[in-house]
Write a protein that binds this ligand. Sequence first.
Ligand code: ADP
Length: 600
Amino acid sequence: MFKWKIRTRLITAFLVLILVTLSLIGSYVLWYFHRHNIDSLSANLLTSAQITEQLLEQYMQNPKGKAEIDTIIKELGITTGLRATVIAIDGTVLADSWENPATMENHSSRPEITAALAGESGTAVRYSTTLNENMLYVSVPLRQAGETIGIIRVASTLSKVEAGFTKIRSALLVAIFLTSLLAFFLSLRLARYYTAPLETITATAREIADGNLNERVHIRTGDELELLAHTLNKLAANLDDKIREMAEEAGKMSLILEHMDNAVILLDRYGRVTTANRMARDVFGILPSMLGKHNIHVIGNSLLDRNVHETIEQAKTRLIDLKITIQGTRRVFQVFLAPIAASASDISGVLTVFHDITVLQEIQDRQADFVANASHELATPLTAIKGFTETLLDGALADPEASAKFVNIIHTEAERMHRLVKDLLQLAKLNSQEYRQQITLEPTPLAPLIAAVVQDLSPQSRQKKISLTLESPPDPVVVKANPDWLKQVLVNLIDNGIKYSPEGGRLLLKFWQENNDAVILVKDWGAGIPAKDLPLIFERFYRVDRARTRSTDSAGGTGLGLAIVKFIIDMLGGSISVQSDINSGTAFTIHLPLAATSQK
Ligand code: ADP
């Protein structure tokens, strides 16, 4: 993975350090050795030059002596092994221990000569082409009475110094090589020692990164690496805890989501379904294979799709009402749409929550219908009352016969309004939660209750010459009911029986016990109800045939009687059914739960 491992870097660094240090030290030692040798050789040569100057001083005083200088110098060269040269101030070589001065060129330009001419001693190292080796030259001025009359130059070969230099250099190179070799092996061990814990930490960190959060580093180095390992262990433990917490939270969230009563669907930024909770799957019939498909193919509503796109574009939540037909049933949803976003500019999808308001909508529709129907039902008698009152005021009052007829009609219509309002109030009362909570269901014997109803309605039955038969079992039947409510049920049913039977008709009232139920039958042999109307007669304001109703009863029914009956029977935990044939009669059968004491 990496071009240079730490170990390689450490070894290289060690080696470079050692090589550079040793080379610098070696070079300095070599330089110092060479310098020292040259300096001591120079000092020796200077002494020799000064002695030679003392020796030659007397010879330089006369021409005879001058002629001998070369011989003396040559002898001196043989005894000391040094090369000595005497040079005149114009640079002419006067004597030389190794060469013939006549053949030697002018020496005035040689650096050591120039220095000596200036009154100083001069030193120079030069390669001698004559001897093919490096030479060290030291010159001193040859003085006479404080005046420079020539120059003495003593030279020595540097071959010995150079041979020593080469030997030391070789020894140093060997030492450097051996030390480097030793350093290499030592650095190898050291690097291994220092990088081993690092490698352990790296391997563990890699395991942790791969998701193995139980992995821990165990090293005891007592330094920063141990601290690093300890921190890594803590990090893994914290991460493990956090992931566990997050998984727990995610579990809770998915549990809540799965058991929510609302359908929840997550869509991606392109409007494709990514997640659907149980409710959404049930309501919209979403199969696992449908995940990833566009919402149009899954839910099939363009309004929803449009709103999804607008939610993404505007990055704002919204609430819409949506009507969707699912498997032939019309459902109404209140849909909450919210953008799912890390930031306003980075929207990854949309959350949609479907709140089913079908029932609420139906209730609202029914309430609106109810208000419209009630208003309509009240408006009819009111219009009649208003019309006849106006006719009377416009002068009909003067005609006693017409007045009597009109006042009669007004009375009938007012009666009808009264009944309607009474029934409406009754329904409102039954609908009131507060009222229902006050009512208690108690054991109610049927025989006296039915007898009382028959008694109450006897004026109406007598008026229409209806024969009312009551058949009761020998044993008492006691139901669990509210007597007032039950009485209202029987009044409405018997009243209808009388209303829709011809004069001289017949009415049967019967009750008995059947298993754990009490059964009450209210049967007549009157007009009957057409089969197509039967399923609707318990609806509020439903009347089979308004014309017929009016013809049988001067003011007509309210269409609320059976609705009240059904409402009460449902509340009592019973059931009601109807059998009817047109022109042969109608039978209502009620089932009610028995009071606990009567149950077998
Ligand atoms: P109404 O006040 O009009 O009688 P109900 O709710 O009591 O209202 O009855 C609804 C409709 O059912 C009535 O209009 C009537 O046509 C029909 N109906 C009810 N009872 C009988 C019955 N015993 N015989 C014939 N038709 C009936």
